[in-house]
Design a protein around this ligand. Structure first.
Ligand code: WTA
Length: 655
């Protein structure tokens, strides 16, 4: 039996103490089943509403949903002011740490003052209710302050990830019709300042609507300055009053647009609104992480420019009065133990990150985290892609020391909040599976015709009931919204685009995007499955698998692997002239079956990844099929691709 099969056979019941004191117990599922809408209404009552809703859900025109119809609230008031009014002004909202090691502590009272100042500044600059404000910033406290200031005055923010190019920024500014950009001179990455303002200057020069650019000073780099248009944050925000009365907005008032890097050229602006979104991010954050606001220190180690940052660095934690950690930089700066020092320093109790990072830590070796005191941790989370059982077990053992449940949370930019996940005080965990729909969520695995499949079969994941934090549309393109998500199985079934398997116990296993499912000689093989098998081999740290077109089999499996440190030393960076490659091919064939034996395996140093940590399989497919590379602008490091191309063997290692 392979290591990965063994891993899948292990299960982990909730720690007794955690279960005894958990925010939600096992009854929550039955309660939500009894009356789904009443369940979400109860979750909405955890927030403060200026006016309660008349109707929980209006689904009379699917797929266009309205939640908490007639209700009015202010999202920023819910995230900040109400905690200060309740006497928690001195509680830390964020322990912020810059990559060079500088630290800032921001209490809820300070956050309130800063958000009010920024809101007043936006008003002075003529930003009106419903206007779009672009935020192109590194991970700074000002990023959160800017988001909340927009929410406070009813402007719609669109955070564009700081790693995106001027082109990507320009197309987003244009698509949304942004009137203002908030940026910085630069930010720190990998020990060096990297400039942001030049990309903004370039993008804004091509975009007609932007009137002002507000610049946060971070790196003190020289910046070009356009008089009349550009303003320093410190000047324009610094001179404002800390008094601002938040006005309530309709529950369906737009809160933000988040662009997803799709496979087509035009980005999709996913639109989220106020009441339903805040209800579900707050409730899931509280239930899934078992968040205790008085004692926990919560850390989502992700970028705020990703939906995970919006929902679980900003809105969920703040709505729940959490104390959070926010870290600006990369995990290996100045050394590979940086994260564990942070956990140690702030006493982090809940850590939420992505499998790709966990596999990187595996590659660096367990002696790195072993040097730090991680005893404060009590719950761990994973998001972004399926977590291989090996990575799950490593995370559980070397970070959680066998003590901490891992919540593997499946969700999307489009869903806004967690949808399929175990609950730490309730679920017996199955490594590698996201397990069960969150209470009040209805997820099914169906065949190509939309028929629900029996347990122990593989198909497509769909969501069959609307949920509070669902996207409301694609900005400016209702037709594309309907086409992309609601046309395949009719207007009230959401097609998630993910393959999924339900096992005999009813646990849901996510198999990656449907376009990542390979078809080899008529057999459906998930890229994830082959990757998991490769990563289970002791020499492999990370693997990416693509299906390359093949004249005989339809698709052939091509794998890119990064070796673990000791294996790289033993076999050399190229895998000892093919000997290791053969071993790995045979290993997969043994593990999954001969049909899954990779046609070709390339040993590489790096894999091309987006800023949200997703492997860009599209580019690897281009390499595997010997094509010109497609768009590389969303990569963290576009030089990775030339490194991989340079190392291409002249002929694939066939049997
Ligand atoms: C994948 C990130 C397996 C999935 C919040 C989904 C996952 C896409 C998981 C959304 C998980 C996310 N297990 N797959 N726990 N979480 N995914 O929009 O393919 O950046 O459709 O949102 O990531 O990615 P997005």
């Amino acid at each position: 039996m392979s290591e990965s099969t063994q891993a899948q056979d292990r299960t982990f019941p909730p720690p007794e103490q955690l279960a005894a004191g958990a925010n939600v117990g096992p009854d929550v599922y039955a309660e939500a089943d009894r009356d789904r809408l009443a369940f979400w209404e109860q979750a909405a009552r955890r927030l403060s509403w200026e006016r309660e809703w008349d109707q929980a859900l209006d689904w009379s025109k699917p797929p266009f949903a309205k939640w908490f119809v007639g209700g009015r609230l202010n999202v920023a008031y819910n995230c900040v002011d109400r905690h200060v009014e309740a006497g928690h002004g001195d509680q830390v909202a964020y322990h912020w740490e810059g990559e060079p090691g500088d630290q800032r502590t921001i209490t809820y009272a300070q956050l309130k003052d800063e958000v009010c100042r920024a809101a007043n500044a936006l008003l002075e600059l003529g930003v009106q209710v419903g206007d779009r404000v672009a935020i192109y910033l590194p991970m700074l406290p000002e990023t959160v302050i800017a988001m909340l200031a927009c929410a406070r005055i009813g402007a719609v923010h669109m955070v564009v990830f700081g790693g995106f190019s001027a082109d990507a920024l320009a197309s987003r500014l244009d698509d949304a019709g942004a009137v203002l950009v908030i940026t910085a001179d630069g930010g720190y990455r990998r020990g060096a300042p990297s400039a942001l303002k030049p990309a903004v200057d370039d993008a804004v020069s091509r975009s007609g609507n932007v009137r002002n650019v507000v610049v946060v000073k971070r790196t003190e780099q020289d910046v070009e300055w356009t008089e009349g248009r550009d303003l320093w944050w410190d000047d324009v925000v610094g001179r404002q009053s800390t008094e601002h009365t938040a006005e309530a907005f309709d529950a369906e008032h737009p809160l933000y647009i988040m662009y997803t890097s799709g496979t087509t050229a035009k980005p999709k602006g996913i639109l989220h609104t106020s009441g339903g979104y805040l209800t579900q991010v707050a409730y899931t954050h509280w239930a899934v992480f078992d968040l205790k606001p008085d004692t926990d220190v919560f850390w989502t180690a992700a970028d705020v420019g990703w939906v995970t940052g919006h929902s679980y660095i900003v809105y969920g934690p703040l709505a729940n009065r959490a104390t959070s950690v926010m870290y600006e930089g990369t995990p290996e700066t100045p050394h590979r133990g940086r994260w564990w020092d942070i956990v140690d320093r702030y006493g982090v109790t809940i850590l939420y990150t992505a499998p790709t990072v966990i596999r990187t830590f595996m590659k660096w070796g367990e002696d790195v985290p072993a040097k730090a005191d991680l005893s404060s941790l009590r719950v761990l989370g994973s998001v972004g892609e399926p977590i291989n059982p090996e990575a799950w077990l490593w995370y559980h053992e070397h970070i959680g020391h066998g003590r901490c449940p891992i919540v593997d949370t499946w969700w999307q930019t489009e869903t806004g909040a967690h949808m399929i996940t175990p609950l730490p005080g309730v679920s017996t965990l199955v490594p590698g599976s996201a397990q069960t729909p969150f209470p009040g969520i209805s997820a099914k695995v169906v065949d190509d015709e939309g028929n629900e499949l029996a347990d122990d079969s593989t198909g497509l994941l769909v969501l069959t009931e609307p949920w509070p934090s669902m996207l409301r549309t694609i900005w400016g393109d209702d037709d594309r919204y309907v086409d992309t998500y609601w046309s395949r199985f009719g207007p009230s079934t959401y097609f998630a685009g993910d393959g999924a398997k339900k096992d005999a116990d009813g646990n849901i296993w996510l198999l990656g995007r449907v376009d990542d499912v390979m078809n080899v000689s008529g057999h459906r093989i998930s890229t994830t499955e082959v990757e998991s098998s490769l990563v289970a081999h002791p020499t492999v740290a990370e693997a990416a698998v693509v299906g390359a077109s093949d004249p005989t089999t339809g698709q052939g499996i091509v794998a890119f692997v990064i070796l673990r440190g000791d294996a790289a030393e033993k076999y050399g960076a190229e895998g000892a002239g093919g000997e290791l490659v053969q071993t790995l091919r045979n290993h997969v064939a043994r593990d999954i079956g001969p049909i899954a034996k990779p046609r070709q395996i390339m040993v590489v140093q790096e894999l091309p990844k987006t800023r949200s940590g997703k492997i860009m399989r599209r580019l690897l497919r281009d390499v595997a099929e010997n094509r010109e590379l497609g768009d590389v602008t969303t990569l963290t490091d576009s030089s990775v691709m030339s490194l991989i191309k340079d190392k291409l063997p002249s002929s694939p290692s066939e049997d």
